[in-house]
Design a protein around this ligand. Sequence first.
Ligand code: BF8
Length: 648
Amino acid sequence: MKSSENCSVDPATVEMLKHAQSQDISLVWDRYEAMQPQCGFGSLGVCCRNCTMGPCRIDPFGDGAQEGVCGATADIIAARNLARMIACGSSAHSDHARTVAESLLLAAEGSDYIVKDVRKLRTLAEEWDIETAERSTEDIAHDVAEAALGQFGQQRGELRFTARAPEETQQVWRDAGVMPRGIDREMVDLMHRTHVGGDSDYKSIMKSGIRAALADGWGGSMIATELQDILFKTPMWLRSRTNLGVLKRDQVNIVVHGHEPVLSEMLVAATQDKELIALAKSVGAKGIALSGICCTANEILMRHGIPVAGNFLQQELAITTGAIESMVVDIQCVLPALGKLVDKYHTKLISTSTKANFPNSEHIDFHETDALNIAKQIVRKSIENFPNRDKSRVMIPDISSPLIAGFSAENIFTFLGGRYRPSYRPLNDAIITGRLRGAAAVVGCNNPRHQHDSGHLGITKELLANDVLVLTTGCTAIADAKAGLLCPEAAEKYAGKGLQEICRAVGIPPVLHMGACVDISRVLVILSNIIAEGGLGTRLSDIPAAAAAPEWMSEKAVAIGFYAVASGCYTVLGEPLPILGAPKLTECLADEIEETFGGKFAVESDPIEAAHLIIDHIDRKRTDLHLSGPMYDVPYAPKVSTEAKAAG
Ligand code: BF8
């Protein structure tokens, strides 16, 4: 394996990697190295396994086969493969949303779930033309939940939340034939047309892919965010800590990992139960310490300030601390390798979702109808496991960082708009005057191809230095938090003068943590609100803003990338989409697509170069809006080149 320092820039990760090596424990980095060289056909997207006449592969740069047995070319094969990635990613977000909608229905009918944000419930009901006058919270919640569930099976029309986009952006989608009808319908449409002998036009396949991705961003993901806020409350800024150092040497450590807060919210409640705390003390622990990994960690951080133990590439390292009584997992981004790893420790791997079983895990089926009891059962099991901890093997790095999280489309109003003037006006004015050059959403995963966290931190710091406000979610947010970027003091250290002035005036960090990956939908709402406020164009694509996913790896990230681009966002990836063996498709996504949607993909693995692609794009948008340049000189001169690097 590479040296620990080459694997990660995070000191806690480096320390634990050395520890794991000394114990001869193999981790994701070792498996990545053992997998080299990886299949070139797969990387280029030109391997097709969609029928048993194949598998077929195209030789994109040589004299080998240029078409599969059925006659599919590289562009058709790569488009179908990519479409299936979008379908899976969009389905993951959307099926999560379905669970939340079902939980809201349970809250309406009386269960362990209750509506915690009645104001948001009523606001959404009014937005959806659901009667609110003289009706109980439960009745309104029932109708909102049914309406949300209706979005999945809707056969005709337009998804409700697409009406939040500026009218001109909606018209772009209608004209392009990509306005999503129903969430499930778009996924089935996409899977259907990628069957052998199905849609054989890469542009038409991509059109359906974009429709499915929009059904994620403006459908599944947005439903998940909105209904989670209604059920568990809209986040409000709060302080917490992150990194493996949040694990407690003298307490029962329970780590939640996965994505659905319907489980982790109940664990928050169960770990505060007095009887269970007494039980923990009776086995020699000082208490119960709950923390999280990945997006479910972000969910309970945003609403309760529960500390985050780490991001995607730290899940195995958390177990190697020897201090975790149970890792409680639900869905998505959970490495099956955890099963083998927990065998070496006392840690219990507890799976909870009927949709995701794992080797060597103990399965406790989580039913929303009996949520709190099941959560208590999990906590009890964890406590009972505390005496099995081998104290001589415990190794918790003494490293954690403070952070501020809890930003939303609603409270960014009061932050950037001022407490007494809830409006996006000051935010728009800051961009118009050039005090803020623009905004960027930097989001996404970790990937062992990249030095852990280095892409996130490199691009983010460079954007801050150039007066670009950064919004973040998912594993990027955790990376930023570990590096201290989610503290107001980070503005003094990293931000340009204009961004510093804003952060100082309103007391915010220069990087705003918006939540889990489904909460990228909050960014869509913020951008729509910016257009509604006026002065920065009429389409989402007019705003001096962009997106980046420096270390992405998951199919959910592909879906997000596509709904971002289709929503007019210039999107810079640190890792190429698996399409580079398909020249026409590559050209389409790196260039032609911009003419229709105003957004396109670029690929740049160097984080500083990637930041400058974004800054150049922001400057072009400022010029198009006849805005002046940035208010202050910045330490790094913008690059002269205005040509984005194409995905090829
Ligand atoms: O949904 S950022 S590694 S945890 S996929 Fe997974 Fe990627 Fe992390 Fe959350 Ni998002």
